[in-house]
Write a protein that binds this ligand. Structure first.
Ligand code: 26Q
Length: 793
């Protein structure tokens, strides 16, 4: 391998860039071949449209998939830096918030590895997910200029530039054939420039593409302004154009109504569709009769759902198709995935905003709605309430466009991301649509890629697995089932324990560095890492740590410490910058951590840390080292979860509620290998209207004590009253997350965890069974479902 470096002086960063560039160069040939092959063979093309691709680092994954790890290690042996250390120098591509963005990244890996012609379309944000610092216990956001040192993986492809229009107004005219056409004029145009990133399949020669769009000012636009002598205006406009792809919105549960966000959505949708249509026309001319058979667009939530009217616009206004013909194509190419049931995360845009920014798109939405409401009226004759309820336009003093309804109406497939989630969609949120079009709805339980989330991130366990099972599992994770036959094998138990211990040692080094807290590898590692949100109930975890703290102090004073099971608890995650309650939870966690870790009597039994800046590469170190994975959302609120699967694959046991994919994990591994607790979704719904948290507090002496300490101000002596909002939320009959209701059940489940952890052998057997049963949660399985049931690729 040519390492790209001569004998001259170089920094470690130069070395990283040299290696990455050389790996990319090695992909160029197969990349071109993949493109040609997909063009020739006329295989079905899938466009995965997503505002987020949370790719993380690329080097380690590329080396694994291309089978270049050993060679790279050899090349590096002449330098003073090891491969792992070099990999650490790569900046995460943090172009996503959390689950939805990371799912898109796992899907790309699976699609390439399963030889599917799938292109990811997204935005090349200049600033990705913010970096999180903790100052005095509070979250502080720092900009993430991930492109600062250049991106060795991307290729700018200016020959794919397209123009995206904004603002202006529409006019109609009658053409020579007597047809009435619409043109959208006086627009402010923005150029979309494509940057391609290679997506290597696992050792199969396929290199797929992630195409990320950057917004730039159009040159001729500048020129006109310049000629008019309005130089400063021209530069200011240039700024406006370049703002579009400047920054990722850091909300994982919506901040509705921000104009720039809608601009991003339309920019992505229009650029991607123009690209697909240009591609089609270059091969087939303007005959679109075969288009729907050859193309699918998978919408990653409603974020790119403005692609629906945009495809109609391009077909009707640019290629002069009749409405019905265009609708036939659109409604046979769009497929929509829903990722949430939380009402605040459902996208609605003010009609007024569409009117100004995307006037032609609004006209088309109205036309789609009018025709669709005819169907509704047919299905429910005389039911005007139903019409208002199901309309794409929500009436009111400020009318809104309901993006989910737009997506459902236009899609031939609508899917949820776990069994319970899909069931709740069809029986709740979308039940009228389910009544109208039951055949559209289907479930596709999420998965995660075993390449990154086992083979790459856990090399020690990989070695053990390969020794026992060979390497087939990397491509077909169901092979891990064979491990179940070895749970009585003493030598396997020994190796399994040794791997976990070694991984815990490595994680401890990171935690010491990032948090200033010593985690002791012989203690249980109990972890909850994910975005901070009330529904995910980090608060329940924090209350339990307070309980453990009190229990430890009591045990010490009574001289009964031999019953304690020493544990290290880790919480990590980012709060949306505008989400005050989530930020307050971070502050509470940090104050509590300080209290716990500075009590030297307590620390032999309990340690607690909040990890700053949790991201993809942190998870790669965390999940292999975790004993206990916390998946404790209020039942019915977490659509699926995917972190839960990463932990399971790496042999962590789960303490969790009957929510999202936890339910299916439990099904696979069995109740005896899972710590289940809490109300189920139906019980949550039934209890909600007459929920009395005070009753639950009265009935639980442990919770009473915890609340007493929290309310006493023990964790905020210098800052009186700051945790009032948290205390109130627990005690409020309107607490939608019902933290108090699940506390006692959670505490008891945690006691079962302790009893189980004391029995080292049976714990290890449970750990092995979790890995063995994780095969169903490979994203390869999920993608096989999309391929066979939705894409028909
Ligand atoms: C919407 C409007 C304006 C600004 C931001 C947003 C926005 C951005 C991101 C809304 C939602 C998201 C992300 C949602 C998300 O990550 N959902 C998670 O998706 C995972 C993959 O399916 C599931 O496993 C999780 O359960 C679900 O919470």
């Amino acid at each position: 391998m040519n390492n790209g470096l001569g004998q001259e002086e170089h920094t470690e960063h130069d070395l990283f860039h040299a290696l990455a560039s050389s790996v990319k160069d090695q992909m160029l040939g197969s990349w071109r071949e993949t493109r040609t092959k997909d063009g020739h063979y006329r295989t079905k093309q899938v466009a995965y449209l997503s505002l987020e691709f949370l790719m993380g680092r690329a080097l380690g994954n590329a080396l694994l998939n291309l089978e270049l790890t050993d060679e790279s290690r050899q090349v590096l042996s002449q330098y003073a830096i090891g491969l792992e250390a070099l990999e650490e120098l790569e900046h995460d591509a943090g172009l996503g918030n959390g689950g939805l963005g990371r799912l898109a990244a796992c899907f790309l890996d699976s699609c390439a590895s399963m030889d599917l012609a799938v292109t990811g379309y997204g935005i090349r944000y200049e600033y990705g997910m913010f970096a999180q610092k903790i100052v005095d216990g509070y979250q502080v956001e720092r900009p993430d200029r991930w492109l600062r040192d250049g991106n060795p993986w991307e290729v700018r492809v200016p020959n794919h530039n397209v123009i995206v229009p904004f603002f202006g107004h529409t006019e109609s005219y009658i053409d020579k054939g007597g047809r009435r056409n619409v043109i959208w004029v006086d627009t402010q145009d923005v150029m979309a420039v494509a940057y391609d990133m290679p997506v290597p399949g696992y050792r199969n020669g396929r290199i797929n593409t992630l195409r990320l769009w950057k917004s730039e000012a159009t040159d001729d636009f500048d020129l006109t302004e310049f000629n008019q002598g309005d130089y400063t205006e021209a530069v200011a406009r240039k700024n406006l154009a370049e703002q579009i792809t400047m920054v990722l919105y850091p909300n994982d549960a919506s901040e509705n109504g921000k104009e720039l966000r809608l601009r991003q959505q339309y920019f992505l949708s229009s650029a991607s569709l123009q690209d697909l249509l240009n591609n089609w026309v270059s091969q087939h001319g303007t005959d679109f009769s075969g288009f729907a058979k050859a193309n699918v667009m998978q919408l990653n939530d409603t974020h790119p759902s403005v692609a629906v009217p945009e495809l109609m616009r391009l077909l009707v206004d640019h290629y002069f198709l009749e409405w019905d013909q265009a609708w036939e194509i659109t409604s046979n190419t769009m497929a929509y995935t829903n990722h949430t049931l939380l009402p605040e995360a459902l996208e609605r845009w003010p009609v007024r905003m569409f009117q100004q920014m995307l006037p032609r798109i609004l006209e088309i939405i109205y036309e789609i709605n009018a025709r669709y409401l005819d169907d509704v009226a047919h299905h429910w004759p005389g039911d005007s309430e139903m019409l208002a309820k199901m309309s794409i336009i929500e009436e009111g003093c400020e009318p809104h466009v309901r993006m989910a309804y737009l997506a459902i109406v236009a899609s031939f497939s609508v899917n949820g991301v776990a069994g319970l989630h899909t069931q709740l969609l069809t029986s709740g949120l979308f039940k009228e649509f389910y009544a109208l079009w039951p055949e559209k709805f289907n479930n596709r339980t999420n998965g995660v890629t075993p390449r990154r989330w086992l083979a790459h991130c856990n090399p020690k366990l990989t070695e053990v697995l390969i020794k026992r099972l060979g390497g087939e599992w990397v491509k077909d994770l169901k092979h891990l089932h064979a491990l179940n036959a070895f749970t009585e094998d003493k030598s396997l138990l020994e190796e399994w324990r040794a791997v976990k211990l070694a991984n815990k040692r490595e994680l401890s080094v990171m935690i010491a560095k990032e948090c200033g807290v010593e985690f002791v590898p012989s203690m249980m590692f109990d972890v909850q890492v994910k975005r901070i949100h009330e529904y995910k109930r980090q608060l329940l975890n924090i209350l339990h740590v307070i309980h453990l703290y009190q229990k430890t102090i009591t045990a010490i004073s009574e001289g009964k410490t031999d019953k304690l099971v020493p544990r290290c608890v880790l919480i990590g995650g980012k709060a949306a910058p505008g989400y005050a309650m989530a930020k307050l939870l971070i502050k509470l966690a940090n104050n509590l951590a300080h209290m716990v870790n500075s009590d030297l009597d307590v620390t032999p039994y309990l340690r607690f840390a909040f990890l700053p800046n949790y991201n993809v590469s942190a998870m790669e170190k965390i999940c292999p080292a975790t004993d206990l994975s916390q998946q404790i959302s209020t039942a019915g609120k977490e659509a699926s979860g995917t972190g839960n699967m990463k932990f399971m694959m790496n042999g962590a046991l789960t303490i969790g509620t009957l929510d999202g994919a936890n339910i299916e994990m439990l099904e696979e591994v069995g109740e005896e290998n899972f710590f289940l607790f809490g109300l189920d979704a139906q019980e949550v719904k039934l209890l909600q209207p007459n929920y009395q948290p005070e009753d639950f507090i009265k009935q639980s002496p442990a919770l009473q004590q915890v609340m007493g300490l929290l309310e006493s101000g023990h964790f905020n002596l210098q800052e009186p009253g700051i945790f009032e909002p948290i205390i109130e939320s627990i005690k409020s009959p309107n607490d939608p997350w019902m933290t108090a209701a699940d506390f006692e059940s959670y505490r008891l489940a945690q006691e079962r965890v302790e009893d189980a952890y004391k029995e080292s052998n049976s714990w290890t057997q449970m750990s092995i069974r979790n890995t063995a049963c994780s095969g169903r949660f490979s994203s390869d399985v999920t993608i096989a479902g999309y391929r066979d049931k939705i894409w028909r690729a």
